[in-house]
Design a protein around this ligand. Structure first.
Ligand code: PDD
Length: 286
């Protein structure tokens, strides 16, 4: 089925949507993005994604393409036009282009490029992968130093995912100075003696919207949460582990570098948090 996508003010069939070859998103990865999930045809945590988008744009002195209300309207219209019940809305803003390649930013007043499209994912909430749990490998984190900005520089995370696949696993966790930073496209957690441990917010990791919600819900459920660094060796000795992201919610991790965690099946805290997150998010969806 041909999707209807959004490009700079227009709703078009995906085959007719065009962006300039001089666009800085294409030439320089000079672009930021958001991925918002859709359950029951409604947006999960739109507000969180809109706030983080604004922060990413501000950090890069990039102009806002439109207001938050307009963004919400575009998201909703695409969900409706494409009949999405469960899936994702991808949004990308680039610095646009002056019609040539230059390391210098284009002149003020250059229009940013705004692109959105939907991804239909029936069964996203009831994902069988979450029942099995993910197997991960660890790899060195060689990304740039501003991982808190959600840029489209995703080549290394994409390579990491391919390294995981080549090893017969599902994903990779990245390690810097001996400590786990995050997954290729998710935040990372371990659980030991009922205590949930995750890396504190800094420029080293993306400030996950799902992370924020899950930590709040864990605290509300009287679970112990500790925000501190942890090593991959500590992770291998954990009782359980999991990741969070807008595209996979709470995903249990059952194996790290070939070492099974606990009994090698999804742990009770990860399973409970996934249930709570899905329940609460559905209720608050707009
Ligand atoms: N990725 N860390 C990284 C490096 C990510 O790319 C993501 C999200 C997260 C989790 O953030 P959030 O909870 O806001 O989705 C953490 C998205 C889903 C993606 O690239 O598709």
């Amino acid at each position: 089925m041909t999707r209807t996508v959004y490009v700079n003010g227009e709703y078009l069939p995906e085959t007719e949507a065009k962006v300039s070859i001089f666009d800085r998103g294409f030439l320089m990865a000079d672009a930021v993005y958001e991925v918002t999930s859709v359950l029951d045809g409604k947006l999960i945590d739109f507000e969180g994604h809109a706030v983080r988008l604004k922060r990413s744009l501000d950090e890069l002195q990039m102009a806002e393409p439109c207001s938050k209300d307009e963004l919400l309207e575009i998201h909703r219209k695409l969900v409706e036009l494409n009949g999405i019940t469960e899936g994702l809305v991808y949004l990308q803003v680039t610095r646009g282009s002056d019609g040539d390649r230059d390391f210098v930013f284009p002149s003020a007043g250059t229009k940013p490029t705004l692109v959105l499209f939907t991804q239909n994912k029936p069964g996203l909430a009831d994902n069988p992968a979450a029942k099995k749990g993910a197997k991960i490998i660890s790899i060195e984190d060689i990304r740039w130093g501003r991982r808190d900005i959600k840029t489209v520089q995703l080549l290394y995370p994409s390579m990491g995912k391919m390294m995981a696949k080549a090893a017969g696993c599902d994903d990779a966790w990245m390690i810097e100075d001996g400590y786990v930073t995050e997954g290729t496209s998710n935040n990372a957690y371990i659980v030991k003696n009922g205590n949930i441990v995750t890396r504190p917010l800094s420029n080293d990791i993306l400030h996950g919207i799902t992370r924020k919600a899950v930590l709040r819900m864990a605290a509300e459920a009287q679970m112990e949460v500790e925000e501190r660094l942890f090593t991959i060796d500590e992770a291998k000795e954990a009782d359980e582990a999991f990741t969070t992201s807008a595209s996979a919610f709470v995903m249990p991790v059952v194996e790290i570098d070939g070492v099974a965690l606990g009994d090698g099946t999804p742990g009770p805290i990860a399973k409970r948090l996934r249930e709570i997150y899905l329940d609460e998010s559905r209720k608050a969806a707009i």
